[in-house]
Design a protein around this ligand. Structure first.
Ligand SMILES: Nc1ncnc2c1ncn2[C@@H]1O[C@H](COP(=O)(O)OP(=O)(O)OP(=O)(O)O)[C@@H](O)[C@H]1O
Ligand SMILES: [Mg+2]
Length: 333
């Protein structure tokens, strides 16, 4: 797989004391949706700002689309799209005018820009509201407009900072759809930050868990879940003897079998595939299955395991809470 982002030891220290991003090293592969997951103040936006050349790293290096973020900033900017956490659209202009303005910043000729603006307004479902002023847009419409602006230069790589913050469930689902479409239909690579576990789980090919400026763990959602033990299958068997543990252990995808009172507790990399095979085998030997359950670990448990804290109960310090409220208020406005 080709690397589209390579980050080595990237660090950002604010005011000589706050290490917002602390020596992070990771790669993003071409064509994937890469998620940066972490609580408020973890350093997600600061990392994006450095990778998109808006902020100078204190130390460390990174290449984005093959260009060095420090030495070839203009080339980096020309190859990427950015949808920032804060809204940037001009309230007094229409959606269409905002997109045309973004195009002018990239030096895109007017006739090309017009065609792209039409396509993008169609893509994000804003065609009918294109000529309304942004001040009359809902939070969801604003997010979609930002998305369209981020795509105006047909980037190979799109950075999305909290693309669904403050949106209702339905609009969030719609944004997920656009993200999948960009990946599947346009082969785009997406780097997104989020603190919604469910979102990271459903759309990201790989996730980096970031906390206090450090990357704690990187992997596919499945790998992260497997790393804390995988799926758990419990199978009740009527016959207490003999011990079927070894027999079950030989089934594909079974990692661990524990014999408990009247049932077996089985750990598996793929519960869906192991469970039917387990039942078939037990029955084929003439024993009786009395009950079966399958539970899958969630990213919540993964997060808890690696950070020692629950993401939902996260206590942000007061400045983070204020920043968060401010963003939410704007998102809902
Ligand atoms: N310009 C700045 N000057 C000083 N400190 C900053 C600056 N920008 C960010 N910070 C601090 O750096 C830390 C990381 O902030 P950052 O915005 O990267 O977090 P985040 O993971 O994006 O959080 P959120 O989920 O709230 O968006 C925080 O403690 C924040 O207060
Ligand atoms: Mg942020």
């Amino acid at each position: 797989m080709r690397k589209i982002i390579e980050v080595k030891g990237l660090t950002k220290v604010f005011n000589d004391r706050l290490k917002a991003v602390d020596n992070v090293t990771f790669d993003v592969y071409e064509g994937e949706v890469f998620g940066f997951l972490g609580p408020n103040g973890a350093g997600k936006t600061t990392t994006i700002k450095m990778l998109t050349t808006l902020l100078k790293p204190t130390s460390g290096t990174a290449t984005v689309c093959g260009f060095d973020i420090a030495k070839q900033a203009n080339k980096v900017r020309a190859s990427i799209g950015v949808v920032p956490q804060e809204y940037t659209a001009d309230e007094d202009m229409t959606g269409y005018e905002n997109i045309m303005f973004c195009a002018s910043l990239y030096g895109i000729p007017k006739d090309v820009a017009k065609r792209r603006a039409d396509e993008l307004l169609q893509l994000v479902g804003l065609k009918d509201s294109a000529n309304k002023k942004v001040m009359n847009y809902s939070g969801g419409m604003r997010r979609r407009l930002e998305l369209a602006c981020g795509l105006i230069n047909h980037p190979r790589l799109l950075f999305l900072d909290e693309p669904t913050l403050g949106l209702d469930v339905q609009t969030r689902a719609a944004v997920w759809e656009y993200i999948r479409k960009l990946k599947n239909d346009y082969g785009m690579t997406l780097f997104m930050t989020t603190h919604y576990l469910e979102e990271a789980d459903s759309i990201c090919d790989r996730i980096a868990i970031i906390d206090h400026g450090k990357i704690i763990k990187v992997g596919t959602p499945q790998e992260l879940k497997s790393s804390i033990g995988g799926d758990v299958i419990e199978v009740g068997v009527l016959e207490k003897e003999p011990d079927l543990s070894q027999m079950i252990m030989n089934i594909s995808y079974v990692k661990e079998v524990k014999r408990l009172d009247g049932y077996y507790r089985i750990k598996s990399d793929s519960g869906e595939q192991a469970a039917p095979a387990i039942i078939d085998l037990i029955r084929s030997r003439g024993y009786h299955v009395t009950r079966i359950s399958l539970s899958k670990p969630s990213l919540d448990q993964v997060y808890l395991e690696y950070t020692g804290r629950n993401l939902r109960d996260e206590q942000a310090d007061s400045s983070d809470i204020l920043a968060q409220r401010f963003t939410l208020r704007r998102a809902r406005a």
